[in-house]
Design a protein around this ligand. Structure first.
Ligand SMILES: *Cc1c(COP(=O)(O)O)cnc(C)c1O
Length: 374
């Protein structure tokens, strides 16, 4: 028994745990409003692939059985889609789970994990929960800054998380910049490329980084079924990594971390390339429509390559983000405030259905005109 431990009247979590501010998801509803358009969580307006729903229903006939703990069917479907070795893939209960496993595996007490100033909040939670120290790096124009990230590396750095494209800013790093980041990192630092929105990006200079994962020993790419595949409710993510990283995460992972219905639905979803193509086409069209419409109403929009946009409201009373949010909410339009990301004057708006996008722009137009009707 250790005599050095302080005595406490009740169990006390490690200090890092109490430093976590629990993740607050986007709002789902609004009291009063009839028709609600939820544009707060980057969910797809196209829903899940009908093939995924059919596979789920088939799997629902055998709920008494434990799932395949290795998610083999899903890993094989992903491997077939991307031309990968299934042995290099690990599936998670959402990619969030994998982001946490990577922190648990590679961070010890006092080790540092780096991410961008307006990076995804789950990185901070994962680092703190693992006992590590979060290191926030300033951005340039709301975009990851490779020089600043490299300057933040210390002898304690063990992991770097980069969402590319990033949530909530919608900005991205060209692949040349990702390569430059990787080249500047010591070989023992793990670079985690979070490609949750990779499918939506339409620019030639982008890559989610698969080629880097396959070449290097310290790069992981995580992906999700929650966004373009429309399976957020089932909690399915995956990562591709060097064999040693796969081995480490498989040791930490619960033996049955995915459900049987999730494995079945995910495997069907990734094979439905037409559904993904339709989602990309819808997003490309409406992202540019929304960006134009919001800009014309006098707001600054950060150029986005994802399925959402970040709009900036003036500070002070009248047109503030808080007032716009309240006005929209009262009309059944749910968007995301991003104060917890250090962006108190901005709102994040997901690209929705044609109807939702029009309803959002109509409501925002009424807000700008000072229309008081509820
Ligand atoms: C939505 C999102 C994810 C996906 O999380 P899941 O746990 O797979 O649902 C991961 N990273 C970023 C940056 C996201 O916005």
């Amino acid at each position: 028994m250790s005599s050095a431990s302080p005595v406490s009247a009740r169990p006390v979590p490690r200090p890092g745990v109490l430093a976590i501010e629990a993740y607050v998801p986007g709002k789902s509803g609004t009291p009063g409003a009839h028709k609600v358009h939820k544009l707060s969580s980057n969910e797809t307006p196209l829903g899940a692939s009908p093939r995924a729903v059919a596979a789920l229903q088939e799997a629902a006939a055998r709920l008494e059985l434990y799932p395949d703990g290795t998610s083999a069917r899903l890993r094989e479907a992903i491997a077939a889609r991307y031309g990968l070795d299934p042995a290099r893939i690990v599936c998670g209960a959402g990619s969030d789970e994998l982001l946490s496993f990577l922190a648990y595996a590679y961070l010890g007490a006092g080790d540092e994990g780096i991410f961008c100033a307006h990076g995804f909040l789950v990185y901070r939670i994962a680092i703190l929960a693992a006992g590590g120290t979060p290191v926030l790096v300033p951005e340039r124009d709301l975009t990851a800054d490779v020089d600043a990230m490299l300057a933040a590396v210390t002898p304690r750095t063990r992991i770097v998380y980069l969402a590319n494209p990033n949530n909530p800013t919608g900005t991205y790093l060209p692949f040349e910049e990702v390569r430059r980041l990787h080249s500047g990192l010591p070989p023992h630092v793990l670079l985690v490329l979070d490609g949750a929105y990779a499918e939506y990006v339409r620019t030639n200079d982008y890559s989610a980084g698969l080629e880097l994962v396959l070449d290097a020993q310290n790069v992981v790419m995580t992906r999700t079924f929650s966004k373009i595949h429309g399976l957020a409710s089932l909690r399915i993510g995956w990562m591709v990594a060097p064999p040693e990283v796969v081995d480490a995460v498989n040791r930490i992972r619960g033996p049955f971390n995915l459900s049987g219905i999730g494995i079945a639905a995910g495997a069907a979803a990734i094979a439905d390339e037409a559904h993904v193509a339709a989602a990309i086409a819808h997003n490309t069209e409406w992202l540019s429509w929304l960006t134009q419409a919001v800009t014309q109403l006098g707001f600054t929009v950060t150029p986005s390559v994802a399925n959402f946009l970040l709009m900036h409201c003036p500070e002070g009373p009248g047109r503030s983000a808080a007032e716009a949010d309240a006005f929209l909410t009262a009309r059944g339009i749910i968007v995301r405030r991003v104060s917890s990301y250090g962006l108190p004057n901005a709102l994040r708006v997901t690209v929705g259905s044609a109807e939702a996008n029009r309803a959002f722009v109509d409501a925002l137009t009424a807000f700008v005109k000072g229309d008081a009707r509820a």
